[in-house]
Write a protein that binds this ligand. Structure first.
Ligand SMILES: Nc1ncnc2c1ncn2[C@@H]1O[C@H](COP(=O)(O)OP(=O)(O)O)[C@@H](O)[C@H]1O
Ligand SMILES: [Mg+2]
Length: 316
């Protein structure tokens, strides 16, 4: 199996599709062009972004990222552009933003299509002019920061819906890389599964384990809504829990989340709060415990989600 190591990460080239994708990524790395990496959650967008940085001549400089889906609008602006002391209540000291800290290196605008429209306009200006103003700052600062952006939704659809600026899209979409979903890619699923078995048994100092044929079949037939991230998590749990040297299909079956199963579990004698708790817990399963993503799916803030989880814990 063909693996690529960079910056303490190991990436597996799972199939031809992936090898083609990495070929484009290396081309992108050879330039300073802005890259837009699109694909469902868990398909490896961040890993590809990092790879592009590591393969280019900025690799010795900073690689910073900002998650545009997780940070409240007001904070995001300060995070990106920084601020001067006294710029707003609470700005006790000067703070340099990520754009400036990543000068010479790369800034990853993760889930850029979630950025609020007002901030999209500011970002567009920065890209066009190549300079930023810190909040409350008097001088403009030239920046030479390479941008890579990711989106787990199709940007063109968001433009149609009026949620993403078309002009910003064209600025970001100089080069585009699409990370394909995992479902149906038999070879990639099998190669990634054995790769994860190998690395995880080492991580947990387990005796050698392998996947039975039927376990492999089950894996290849699963639809992987959480893509490579979900596959990695399933294998991680399977390796941890396995007691024999061969992981059986029923052990895998127990770990797979079937979206259909979710539909059947609401019972009519449940309280609304109970249904809410179930729904939250199931969403968290689906996002592999990722609270930011779960909160987004649920349409609530991460803070609200954390509060609710804390309540459930206190009750239990
Ligand atoms: N080709 C690959 N080989 C090994 N691990 C991978 C590969 N692609 C993705 N992963 C792993 O899958 C997980 C999800 O990848 P990530 O880049 O965070 O996806 P995304 O940003 O699209 O949600 C990470 O743990 C990442 O290391
Ligand atoms: Mg991501």
């Amino acid at each position: 199996m063909n693996t690529i190591s960079f910056h303490e990460r190991v990436m597996l080239v799972g199939d031809d599709l992936m090898s083609q994708l990495l070929h484009i990524a290396r081309k992108a790395a050879a330039s300073d062009a802005t890259v837009l990496v699109c694909g469902e959650s868990g398909t490896g967008k961040e890993l590809i972004a990092r790879y592009i940085h590591e393969m280019g001549n900025r690799k010795d400089k900073a690689f910073l990222s900002i998650n545009c889906a997780a940070i409240p609008e007001g904070l995001m602006e300060a995070e990106l552009f920084g601020y001067e002391k006294g710029a707003f209540t609470g700005a006790w000291v000067q703070r340099i933003g990520k754009f400036e800290r990543a000068v010479g290196g790369t800034l990853l605008l993760d889930e850029v299509t979630e950025m609020p429209l007002a901030l999209q306009a500011k970002l567009l200006r920065v890209i066009q002019e190549g300079e930023i103003d810190r909040l409350g700052g008097k001088e403009t600062i030239r920046i030479n920061t390479r941008l890579i952006a990711t989106s787990n939704k199709e940007p063109l659809q968001l433009i149609q819906a009026g949620r993403f600026r078309e002009d910003l899209f064209y600025r970001l979409n100089v080069l585009r890389i699409d990370c394909p979903p995992l479902r149906g890619r038999k070879e990639a699923i099998q190669n990634l599964a054995s790769f994860f078995v190998g690395t995880l048994q080492e991580k947990y100092s387990k005796n050698k384990v392998r996947l039975s044929r039927s376990a492999q079949e089950l894996l290849t037939n699963h639809s992987w809504p959480g893509n490579i991230r979900e596959l990695g998590n399933v294998i991680e749990r399977a390796v941890l829990l396995s007691e024999s040297e061969e992981i059986q299909s029923d052990e895998i079956a127990q770990l797979l989340i079937s979206p259909k199963r979710f539909d059947d579990v609401i019972q009519c004698d449940q309280s609304l709060a109970g249904i809410e708790q179930n729904h939250i817990e199931r969403t968290l399963q689906l996002t592999q415990g990722n609270k930011t993503e779960a909160a987004r799916k649920l349409g609530i803030s991460v803070r609200t989600l954390r509060n609710k989880l804390k309540q459930y814990q206190d009750v239990a």
